[in-house]
Write a protein that binds this ligand. Sequence first.
Ligand code: GLV
Ligand code: MN
Ligand code: MN
Length: 415
Amino acid sequence: MRINADRLHESLRQLAQIGATPGGGVTRLALSSEDRTARDLLRRWLEEASLHLRVDDFGNMTGRRAGSESSAAVVMASHIDTVRCGGRYDGAYGVLGALEVMRTLNDLGVTTRKPLELVNWTNEEGVRFEPAMLASGAVAGRFSPDYVADRTDRAGLRFGDELARIGYKGDRAHRPGPVAAYLELHIEQGPVLEDAGIPVGVVEGIVGITWSEIVADGRADHAGPSPMPLRRDALVAAARMIAGVDDIARAIEGAVGTVGRIAAEPNVINTIPGKVTLSVDLRHPDAATLDRLMAALEHLARDVTALTGVTIGVNRFWTSEPTPFSTEVVDAVQAAADALGIATQRLWSGAGHDAKYMQEVAPSAMIFARSVNGLSHCEQEYSTPEDLEAGANVLLYAALRLAGIEGERISHTRG
Ligand code: GLV
Ligand code: MN
Ligand code: MN
């Protein structure tokens, strides 16, 4: 039993046309018109695969394939929103890989014992509406429906209004689950598998992530008549913060730190910047070390304020704790790859995924396909057709192990 690789690649190609960028990537921000067009295509594909579609109050789309038992489902999921100028595979691969598993089971006339569900999570990236993994976090009970609906983008548009605008506001009763086990197929987005010469990763957990917003409050003034010693330039203070974040992360083994967005006001050539807002993304596999990184950031803010006279506020608004996956589901993924004769390596994810919140709901794990040059969240993101095929076959076999096959006492996926 194998997935149809040509069909998977053709679906990936078609989805990548929605929001395609001139540089070969994709911009398909959550709840944008591009997201709506992509959802409409996915909806058509789910219907063509005879999956029963339901949409919940956060816009999560669930396609269900009945099992012979009316038990909790084995859920396969990811997301089709992207970052700005992102790649074609981050998220899309997991959703279309799950769709390909459903199509393959249809072709072969296989009925699983447990039902199978495919989920497209809303706003995984957190680029348009911060924080990331918003809708899976809400399903896991981490965010209230009001909190989700009230998230605003940089233009002040509300999540709740944009969800209604694109026509994907559904019903609370239509949330995914109940979930027996959760699987997420994804590209690695890092260099570990490529360095090891291994096509598929068995993911044992997700690192801790914390997001903060920094506001540097200085004083706007004319760029000409203002002598240097009298200035309180918010952008100069922000520059010291940016360099400091890089220093902080470099000083701790396994840590990463990024300032990814910045806005200077009034952002004109001949005015000293009065206010600068920037984001800080800090990550580490260990929760206590993540707290140490945050303490260093607060310390840095105090130092920069003392040096520049610019007030620096640090607001830590989201933390996704380090999350080890379930041994049972990790073992199912490993056994699936072994049965297929696919070489694997164990690793942790440096990127956030909805599997983080789903692990709080049900036993979960992830499958990674190797990324060429380890690149992601950029237009150059790429994985070979062969590696994508291998990962999707591991998803198929792992799902069958967890769901069981009707009429078989011993799953014939067992190697
Ligand atoms: C999501 O892609 C994240 O890791 O920020
Ligand atoms: Mn992703
Ligand atoms: Mn991503």
